[in-house]
Design a protein around this ligand. Structure first.
Ligand code: ZN
Ligand code: ZN
Length: 1275
């Protein structure tokens, strides 16, 4: 435990000769200490150890003491009956005669008054009054040497003597008591011992150390019942004791013990505290009630306890240069502690830091004596001491304040200081510009101020009173400026802004300094702020210690690890940083917290402090682009008032901004601001003073705002003020004039308003005014203005409201609104003007009304019918139907009833008037089954089997439908077709069997055309049966020699199968190919293309069994055509075939001879058939070859040539989609018009060359119903 007590000075060993020295502190002040010793001198030192007085006595000093006020030091000694007195004020010695004849051994000044008691070797007493110089000698007070004594506060004098008695005398020396003791007394004290009742009864107790063994206490009013306290042997003898506090006694024992006992009656003598302060011995104890401390000395150390908590060792001073100590004593104020050694040295310590202290930067200056300042650096811990004398201080700056200045507290640089005047108001004075700023919320009880010394936190200071510390920030620059500026001369504070008196150009407080109250912190009781460094306040305790405390305004500003803070702590940190203007720190916390509102708070505070760059960073961070750009625009504004004006404006403090702008070099900014804010009233006032030329424009805008808010009277007046009548302001004036027109109408001057609106070219104005008039139910004027503005619909509608039909009629062609036309039409109809009404209804597109009027009034059913047909109007159709019904035109009536969905009515009409065929014809496919049912029943009754069957079929009654169809004429193909459809839809085996039996002829013995059977199978989706039927049909035709029929039957069924995506049976494909080749022969031969004809005939001849009726003629043609085409070998081969006996006689006589010639003289010359590429694999194969020998594919054939198709020269018939060689198809169309396959007309332009014939080369790839086709096997 280090001592913070500073040794101030020392007297060396033997300063007063051999042995220990006696000493005494000047009472009360403690400015001097008097010392004496065996050398017979008395020396008086001041607090710094400077010798202030010195006297050599005739003998050894036997007593010395200061009077109560510290004015006089009295000394007595051996070998002299004089009393030596040193006067503090004159610092001189003088001497009086005691009148006593024996050696003086004791002296003691009274506690009140100026009485000095002096005792002698023989027990005599002198009471000397220093004030009156009166001496009262009392001879024989005791019988032996007087050794000790005490004055009470009531001026009773207790004396102890070697005669083992204690006497109590009054101030005149009269003995009041005398008490016998068991041993020699020492250390007599008056005190107050507490009885049961703690009433104050004065110093009633005398305590005495008896023989250094016991403590003897007796009540002066009851001396016969004393209390004698004995202590443990091991403590050793009683060295000394001291009363303190509320009846406690501290006792020092020779063995080093330090004991506190109580004198309260209940616990008398009990040890409250005991410590062995010193190992070997204890030589002295001391108590300072001013300091609240108790000390003991012994060995070579001093131990100091806190009286409020004795267990706490306050300090230990070890004196390394001493082996033992003799005596310790505090000055009355507790500031100084003196200690002496047995060898005659003395050391004086500063025990208590004086309560007068001040800090400068981090250095604390404090008074170490009344004349000396000690300055130490409390932060740097340099520990260097600097002294300077108060007398050297000079005033550097002089400031005259209207009230007396009571206290001054400069900051570290001295540039600013806080002063408190006699009214207890606080101010900051800036010496640089000689300004004084009032400190807001300044407590009148403030008795001191400390400035922040942390270099980065300029302008913070703390004012304090007994209970609290108030943190303030002094801002060098602030938009707001000072709260209150002081008029130095009148002394009256004046508030400058916020008022309307902006013509006063004094807004100089803005953009300058300001003091802001940040917050208050509690000040621990009795402590005094000394130093402020980074929010940490150093306090001086009543005991003189320094202790540190973090201000409540700074609790969160510094954090080692801000990322670990919770959101609330971060918010507090940001708010504290903002309060203290620590914007960089605020930034860090905001970056962590990431809350826009906190960012904005920081930005706003930065603006208020005019930290523009920082504010820009903040607003950029939160993405407030508008604010960033605004701030960048103004940041280089040089005029400070103007700059502050803009900032105030951004902060929304417009009155302040206006004052600032007006005080700036650019006062028009105030006007601009008001205009931007739409504060027209203010803007107008400003314009009057600053820019009268702007008044018309502001008036206009003000008027527009007033108009918007409905203050038409004022708006009118401002529009009128807006008129400039300047040619170059025409647009502006027109706006004003329009406003005047509108406002005139609004305020009731309709004539003026309408007249103006009429004269002015603006259509919009006319419309606006018309609308206003309309809202005022002024129909005529409103319509007139609408019409003038070419708002014809509006005009017409207002005319209608005014019942001015004539006007409406005039406008009719210009009106687009159907609603208005309809209104007009109704009006006209009511007037019986049907033609006009019909026209107007037509314009309104109200067709039913048009129809109605045409039928009912205009006798124009044609028009009505036309409109019904065009518009498909249901209501209209009904009206027309009724009309025709009246005329007995039931067919038309039925038609329109169906059109109006009145099927029942139509049916009944048809039934009544036998018009059912018409109804049946009209009803179409979207009627209900019930409708069909009714019709079917009707025809059933009429024995019209076909129509009965048809409507039973439509109504889904399939067996009834079939019954009727089978009753139809068997030749009626239409009935059979519908019967097939019935079976297809019904999917009913019984019905199917009925129809098949009918078709097969089982019913009437006449088989029906096979194509019906094919259709039936198709309708039943029995595609295999259908295909087989097709082949059978074709074969019958072929056998009968009807090759063209056979071809067409195969083709049409082929197409049907293809449409249903059914795989075509190979036999059907082959048969069609062969029949088609036969058809082609005729075409080629007719065109004289004998080679192509011959090739086709060769193909037919090779399948001659399929043409049983025409074997010989076909072979004959083959021989002849081959011969003609030069295919001599082929000609010979087929000629040879004809020579067979079964054919020979059937040869046409015309050709018989020729054929016999060919056989008889064989000519086998024949050119090879030309080769063309296979469309699948490209292998060169003969033109008419349809089976590729290389890829083994059956190749599609050209429907024109009969050859295999060519990939590079490909097309299809646009009607039947069969493939062909493109160039050959074109060539054929030069002479023929129809496709040889489908017989449909083909237009040349419809044929297109196909680049990718893939799907025609592989037709199977597009067929899906494989399974359906596979049951067809070639026979
Ligand atoms: Zn091939
Ligand atoms: Zn075709």
């Amino acid at each position: 435990m280090a001592s913070n007590m500073k040794r101030i000075f020392s007297l060396p060993e033997r300063a007063h000769g051999d042995g220990p020295i006696k000493y005494a502190w000047q009472r009360t002040h403690g400015n001097y200490i008097a010392t004496t010793g065996s050398d017979g001198t008395v020396k008086i030192y001041d607090r710094h150890g400077d010798l202030k007085g010195n006297v050599t006595l005739p003998g050894r000093c036997t007593g010395l003491g200061w009077d109560q006020d510290g004015d006089t030091l009295a000394i007595v000694c051996d070998n002299s009956n004089g009393i030596f007195l040193w006067d503090t004020n004159s610092q001189r010695f003088n001497q009086i005669d005691s009148g006593l004849k024996d050696t003086m051994t004791f002296l003691l000044w009274s506690k009140s008054g100026s009485k000095l008691a002096v005792g002698t070797q023989k027990g005599n007493l002198l009471i000397y009054d220093h004030k009156t110089s009166r001496k009262i000698p009392i001879i024989g007070k005791h019988t032996k040497r007087i050794t000790c004594g005490a004055w009470s506060a009531e001026n009773l004098l207790a004396l102890g003597s070697d005669d083992k008695t204690i006497s109590i005398s009054n101030v005149d020396g009269d003995t009041l008591r005398q008490t016998q003791l068991r041993a020699e007394p020492s250390d007599v004290e008056f005190s107050e011992m507490k009885g049961d009742e703690r009433s104050s009864i004065g110093e009633n107790t005398v305590s005495v150390n008896i023989g250094k063994k016991t403590l003897f206490l007796f009540n002066i009013n009851d001396p016969d019942n004393p209390i004698e306290l004995a202590f443990q042997q091991r403590y050793g003898y009683i060295v000394a004791y001291k009363w303190f506090g509320d009846g406690y006694i501290l006792i020092g024992f020779s063995q080093g013990y330090f004991v506190v006992i109580s004198t309260h009656m209940k616990e008398i003598g009990q040890e409250c505290f005991q410590a062995r302060n010193h190992k070997n011995n204890l030589t002295s104890i001391a108590i300072s009630s001013a300091l609240g401390k108790a000390a003991s000395c012994g060995d070579n150390s001093i131990k100091i306890h806190d009286l409020s908590d004795l267990k706490e060792m306050y300090a230990i001073i070890t004196l390394e240069e001493e082996r033992a100590l003799d005596s310790i004593s505090w000055s009355d104020d507790g500031q100084l502690l003196a200690v002496t050694s047995p060898r005659g040295s003395m050391h004086v310590y500063l025990a208590r830091l004086p309560m007068l202290a001040s800090a400068c930067q981090t250095r604390i200056a404090y008074l170490t004596s009344l004349l000396e300042l000690t300055i130490e650096d409390n932060i740097a811990q340099i520990g260097g001491l600097h002294y300077f004398y108060i007398e050297d201080w000079n005033f550097v700056v002089e400031h005259r304040h209207m009230a007396g200045i009571r206290k001054v507290f400069p900051d570290a640089t001295g540039a600013h200081l806080v002063f408190i005047d006699e009214k207890s108001d606080g101010y900051v004075y800036n010496s640089a510009d000689d300004t004084v700023i009032n400190i807001p919320d300044f407590s009148p009880t403030v008795h001191g101020v400390v400035w922040e010394n942390w270099p980065l936190d300029k302008g913070v200071f703390v004012a304090y009173d007994a209970e609290k510390m108030y943190t303030y920030v002094y801002c060098q620059t602030s938009v707001h400026g000072r709260q209150e500026s002081i008029d130095m001369y009148s002394g009256a504070p004046s508030y400058r802004y916020g008022g309307q008196d902006w013509s006063n150009d004094d807004a100089s407080g803005h953009g300058s300094s300001r003091v802001m109250f940040v917050g208050a912190s509690k000040l621990p009781f009795g402590q005094v702020p000394v130093l402020l460094y980074n929010g940490e306040i150093t306090l001086q305790t009543p005991g003189g210690k320094l202790t540190n405390l973090l201000l409540a305004t700074h609790t969160h500003v510094f954090n080692e690890n801000p990322t670990e803070l919770g959101p609330n702590d971060l918010k507090t940190a940001i708010q504290q940083c903002v309060g203290l203007k620590r914007f960089k720190d605020a930034w860090i916390y905001c970056s962590i917290l990431k809350q826009v509102d906190m960012w904005k708070e920081v930005g706003k505070a930065a603006l208020q402090s005019m930290e523009l760059d920082f504010a820009i960073r903040v607003y950029r961070e939160v993405g407030d682009v508008g604010m960033v750009s605004s701030l960048q625009q103004i940041k280089n504004t040089e005029d400070k008032n103007q700059l502050c004006g803009y900032i105030a404006m951004f902060l929304g403090e417009f009155n302040l901004a206006q004052d600032l702008f007006l005080a700036s070099q650019y006062p028009l900014a105030a006007l601009e601001m008001r205009r931007d804010l739409l504060h027209w009233d203010s803007a107008l006032q400003l314009a009057k003073a600053l820019a009268p030329e702007q008044i018309p424009y502001i008036s206009r805008e003000y008027a527009q705002q007033l108009e918007f808010t409905g203050d038409y009277m004022s708006a009118l007046s401002h529009y009128e003020k807006g008129v400039t009548q300047q040619e170059n302001q025409r647009d502006h004036d027109e706006v004003c004039a329009a406003g005047i027109a509108r406002m005139s109408i609004r305020v009731g001057d309709i004539r003026r308003g309408v007249s103006m609106a009429s004269k002015m070219p603006s259509k919009i104005l006319k419309k606006e005014c018309a609308a206003i008039l309309e809202s005022m139910k002024q129909w005529a004027e409103a319509a007139q203005l609408y019409e003038q503005g070419q708002y014809y619909d509006k005009a017409a509608s207002v005319y209608i409201r005014g019942k001015n039909w004539g006007k409406v009629g005039e406008l009719l062609n210009k009106i687009t609104s159907p609603k208005i036309h309809a209104q007009y039409a109704k009006a006209k109809e009511a007037d019986g003007r049907y033609k006009e009404a019909a026209d107007a209804y037509k314009m309104a597109k109200e067709w039913d009304n048009v129809i109605r009027i045409n039928l009912d009034h205009l006798q124009n059913p044609e028009e009505a019918v036309t409109i019904v047909r065009q518009t498909q109007s249901v209501e209209g159709a009904k009206m027309v139907a009724r009309f025709f019904q009246k005329l007995n035109d039931y067919g038309s009536a039925i038609q329109f009833l169906v059109m109006s969905h009145c099927n029942d009515e139509a049916f009944q009409l048809a039934q009544q008037h036998r018009q059912m065929e018409i109804y049946a014809d009209i009803i179409g496919s979207d009627a209900t089954p019930e409708d069909y049912q009714s019709i079917a029943v009707y025809f059933d009754a009429e024995n019209n089997h076909f129509l009965a069957g048809k409507f039973f079929l439509l109504g889904g009654q399939y067996s009834k439908a079939m019954k009727h169809f089978l009753k139809c004429n068997p030749e009626d193909g239409q009935a059979i077709e519908l019967a097939i459809e019935t079976v297809g839809r019904a999917n009913d085996d019984l019905l199917t069997k009925q129809l098949v039996d009918f078709l097969m002829g089982d019913v009437d013995g006449t088989p029906k055309d096979a194509k019906y059977l094919f259709r039936l199978y198709m309708a039943l989706k029995k595609y295999g049966e259908a295909a087989r039927t097709a082949i059978i049909i074709a074969r019958e035709e072929q056998n009968a020699g009807n090759y063209r029929n056979a071809h067409d039957v195969l083709f049409s069924m082929y197409q049907e199968l293809k449409q249903n995506k059914i795989k075509i049976p190979a036999e059907m494909v082959t048969n069609l190919m062969i029949l088609h080749s036969y058809i082609l022969v005729k075409i080629h031969v007719k065109r004289g293309d004998h080679l192509k004809g011959a090739r086709m005939l060769i193909r037919v001849a090779n399948n001659i069994s399929k043409f049983p009726s025409h074997i010989v003629p076909i072979l004959t043609s083959t021989v002849i055509e081959c011969h003609r085409a030069g295919l001599k070998n082929s000609s010979f081969s087929y000629a040879a075939m004809l020579m067979r006996p079964e054919y020979r006689n059937e040869i046409d006589l015309k050709y018989k001879r020729k054929i016999e010639m060919i056989v008889r003289k064989p000519d086998k010359t024949e050119e090879e058939e030309p080769l063309t590429p296979c469309p699948v694999c490209g292998f060169q194969i003969p033109e008419t070859e349809l089976l590729c020998p290389d890829c083994k594919n059956n190749l599609p054939y050209c429907i024109i040539t009969g050859r295999h198709i060519l990939r590079e020269d490909f097309c299809v018939c646009p009607s039947c989609d069969f493939p062909a060689v493109f160039s050959e198809f074109l060539k054929m169309l030069e002479v023929e018009e129809t496709c040889p396959m489908c017989s449909e007309r083909v237009i040349k332009e419809n044929i297109q060359k196909i680049q990718d014939p893939h799907k025609y080369i592989y037709p199977e790839s597009s067929l899906v119903k494989e399974g359906e086709g596979q049951d067809v096997q070639p026979e």
